[in-house]
Design a protein around this ligand. Structure first.
Ligand code: UD1
Length: 347
């Protein structure tokens, strides 16, 4: 049974991956400083996985270990690597709010770039050279026209968050070329939704930056009204279009990437766009949510948000051809799961 190290910062994507991997009989070590998570999430993960093993006779699940530590501290990392034989690292950790990165660039570089460098040097020291990295479609060069393929020009990023992802991708490419690392680099953008158990999902404690968490807070009455950032884009209804991917589909895609990585004999640096190929506008997101919750949502249209583009979409063709996987859930499935999670929330 293989042991995987999952680095977290925001537990949202990490927790859905942990569930799926435990159900696939991997041992999981979670490494997180809990700056943006709660220990409660670990109980929820355990609860879901125990239920899966009870429901399906004969199914074996992996073991979960947790280290409340920080990637910026090499000693913490040294202990984790010395106490465990780690086969592959899935590196989710990183601060991710674009606007915040412009206010605190140094903090972003220290957390994202220095933290990653510490991780990679410890991996090399312990001869653990398999890694799946959570990058972002934000690395594509801003003047390029979508749909982006994996070969579209990257760089000239417009904010420290994007630059930190761009730098880490390049460090990993060098480690693959010169230090025999095997790297799968996954670029995605807008994960939404929640697990079908409704025990894990996304619910930020402060005012959300992203669209669906904000809509959910308006739906529950925690926030009064949604700001729609701009209705003067060149799109079907003049509002911004994104390719939203269900977080459970995204986790399944990480599993395919892990299987692909384990088949590689030699060093590799391979990038995949993880997208569904379906764009949804802000107004459509509002409409779908209203249909699901059976209530009208209050919203106001204001000017565009700095840094936003009209449509962001990539081609998922390569991932579909090589990883043999396709998104199965719709945007409506994701909104329904998010809504059920929010209503069921225990923490
Ligand atoms: C952002 C990040 C991306 C990150 C992703 C996480 C940028 C450039 N990119 O994407 O790196 O991985 O979040 O999911 O910031 N909107 C509103 N009102 C709101 C919030 C959003 O109208 O209160 C609109 C936006 O203008 C946009 C769409 O909703 O058109 C989606 O926005 P958001 O959920 O913040 O995601 P991105 O900006 O696409």
């Amino acid at each position: 049974m293989k042991t995987l190290l999952l680095t977290w910062w925001t537990w949202y994507i990490g927790s859905h991956n942990a569930v799926l991997l435990l159900e696939q009989w991997y041992n999981i070590i979670i490494f997180d400083n809990l700056s943006n998570s709660s220990r409660y999430i670990l109980k929820s993960i355990q609860q879901i996985v125990t239920a899966s093993s009870l429901n399906q006779v004969g199914i074996e699940v992996g073991e979960l270990k947790f280290y409340k530590w920080d990637l910026r501290n090499k000693n913490d990392l040294n202990i984790v690597f010395s106490e465990n034989t780690i086969d592959t690292v899935i590196h989710f950790a990183g601060l991710k709010a674009v606007w915040e990165s412009c206010e605190k660039p140094q903090e972003y570089y220290e957390n994202n770039v220095v933290g990653s460098m510490n991780l990679f040097s410890m991996m090399e020291q312990y001869n653990c050279k398999n890694i799946i990295f959570s990058s972002s479609a934000t690395v594509y060069e801003p003047t390029q026209t979508p749909p982006f393929s994996e070969n579209t020009l990257t760089g000239n990023t417009t904010n420290p968050y994007g630059t930190s992802k761009f730098i880490i991708e390049n460090i990993l490419r060098d480690l693959a070329h010169h230090k025999d690392f095997k790297v799968i680099n996954l670029r995605y953008f807008n994960p939404i939704g929640a697990h079908s158990s409704w025990l894990i999902g996304e619910d930020p404690s402060d005012i959300p930056n992203n669209l669906l968490p904000y809509i959910m807070k308006v739906a529950t009455g925690e926030l009064q009204s949604l700001w729609v950032y701009g209705n003067d884009y060149d799109t079907i209804d003049w509002t911004g279009i994104r390719d939203y991917i269900h977080v459970v589909d995204l986790a399944a895609w990480h599993l395919s990437a892990l299987n692909f990585l384990s088949q590689q004999q030699d060093s590799i640096f391979e990038t995949f766009n993880l997208w569904t190929w379906t764009g949804t506008s802000v107004m459509e997101m509002i409409q779908y949510t209203q249909d699901i919750i059976w209530e009208d949502l209050s919203y106001n249209i204001i000017s565009r948000r700095d840094g936003d583009i009209a449509s962001a979409y990539c081609s998922p063709q390569k991932a579909q051809n090589i990883l043999w996987w396709k998104a199965k859930k719709t945007v409506q499935d994701a909104i329904t799961d998010s809504w059920n999670f929010i209503k069921n929330k225990k923490y």
